[in-house]
Design a protein around this ligand. Structure first.
Ligand code: ASP
Ligand code: MG
Length: 402
């Protein structure tokens, strides 16, 4: 079997953990498997590097930031190869340039275009464990790029697809994918299986366990994933197309505290206004999520929407600059809000999920500010201070009571 094993930063945070990961990989190798290991930077290294950069220049050139951040992963792979060598196993570390993992040029947010598999396959054939840097790539100018925070998961899936691996295992510091954050919801449980679509919604909605693009890629190339702990032998959660259980009505609850709500008040109630507002934001690459438009009164209406907090300032600025043209009377911004979502493939064929969610919120006196739905999710915007109570209530309504 060819196995791709990815370990996150906390799993390689110090020498002891690196040794532990080395042992685990060697175990598979000794059973006769070909093993490719993908690593993140040790512990909080990436955060520290970003801090370093900002002390020197609060707004560092993006190319140089990627050059810097990529060193984190290079450190871990080299140390891992040394750990394996000390245990008498032949291993080799490779960075993105050496493998040739080609990406687009978007520094800080690059996407894979093509991965050369030759070097890795040759090393495997000569009996080595191959250890590859996560999170980084190389663009057509031969410059180093990075894939966005948490991107090492995506490296692992892309490699598994390119190498046609038999298994892709994502090791982390939790035991798998949970129905909600266990730190907030004591009844949360680990899921045995989850579909790509559900996982994609959860990952996008704030469950940090997998990089959302890794799930997109896994779905596209049919790479079955397992998410499990690097600290014990528990089975973990399988992510794949069809789960064997009947689809759960709601498989998970996610919270995104990184939302800001922007309201534009008193815009003209005529065709084309919404288009101009959202086109302006799209041109500035600002992602808009939940949208609410009030019924027109007199000749005006109000439109509110959510954006990620980091983009709120830019969004407000853009709207201000175009206030006249967009007929806006007033702009309001609010940060003390959060998105709470329920996700489940079973929703497609079941009525009443929304009502049940709203009932759970009503039971604990939480006010709903905005609502958005897709085929397999319902999202509400609530006050930040209500998040924990709301999450427990909604989770237990759907998952615990059963
Ligand atoms: N080291 C990178 C980060 O902290 C990539 C990763 O961990 O997946 O975002
Ligand atoms: Mg991660």
């Amino acid at each position: 079997m060819l196995i791709v094993k990815k370990f996150g930063g906390s799993s390689v945070a110090d020498a002891e953990r690196i040794n532990n990961v080395a042992e685990r990989c060697i175990e598979d190798y000794r059973k006769g498997n070909q093993v490719v290991v993908v690593l993140s930077a040790m512990g909080k290294t990436t955060d520290a590097l970003i801090n370093n950069a900002q002390t020197i220049n609060p707004n560092p050139p993006k190319r140089e930031l990627d050059m810097l951040l990529a060193t984190g992963e290079q450190t871990s792979v080299a140390l891992m190869a040394m750990a394996m060598a000390a245990k008498g196993v032949s291993a080799i570390s490779l960075n993105a340039f050496q493998v040739a993992m080609h990406t687009t040029s978007a520094y800080g947010n690059a996407r894979f275009k093509r991965i050369d598999s030759e070097r890795i396959l040759n090393e495997l054939d000569s009996g080595r464990i191959v250890i590859v840097t996560g999170f980084q790539g190389v663009n057509r100018r031969d410059d180093v790029t990075t894939l966005g925070r948490g991107g090492s998961d995506t490296t692992a899936v892309a490699l598994a697809a390119a190498l046609r691996a038999d298994a892709c295992e994502i090791y982390t510091d939790v035991e798998g994918v949970y129905t909600a954050d266990p730190r907030i919801v004591p009844h949360a449980r680990k899921m045995k299986e989850i579909t790509y679509d559900e996982m994609l919604e959860l990952a996008t909605l704030g469950a940090k366990v997998l990089h959302n693009r890794s799930v997109e890629l896994a779905k596209k190339y049919g790479v079955q994933l397992v998410v499990r702990s690097s600290l014990n032998r528990e089975e973990g959660t399988i992510v794949r197309e069809v789960t064997s259980m009947e689809s759960m009505l709601v498989s998970g609850v996610a919270v995104d505290k990184n939302a800001a709500r922007i309201a534009v008040l008193g815009v003209k109630n005529e065709p084309g206004i919404a288009f101009r507002i959202f086109d302006l934001l799209a041109q500035r690459n600002i992602n808009v999520d939940v949208i609410l438009q009030s019924i027109g009164r007199d000749d005006t209406k109000d439109i509110s929407f959510t954006v990620d907090q980091e983009q709120a300032k830019e969004a407000v600025q853009a709207l201000k600059e175009n206030k006249e043209r967009l007929t806006i009377q007033q702009i309001k911004e609010e940060k003390n809000v959060a998105k709470l979502s329920v996700v489940g493939a079973g929703m497609q064929s079941n009525a009443g999920v929304a009502a049940k969610m709203f009932e759970a919120l009503y039971d604990v006196g939480v006010n709903i500010r905005m609502i958005a739905t897709s085929e397999i999710r319902i999202t509400v915007l609530i006050d930040l201070e209500d998040v924990d109570v709301a999450m427990r209530a909604v989770h237990d309504k759907f998952i615990h009571e059963k």
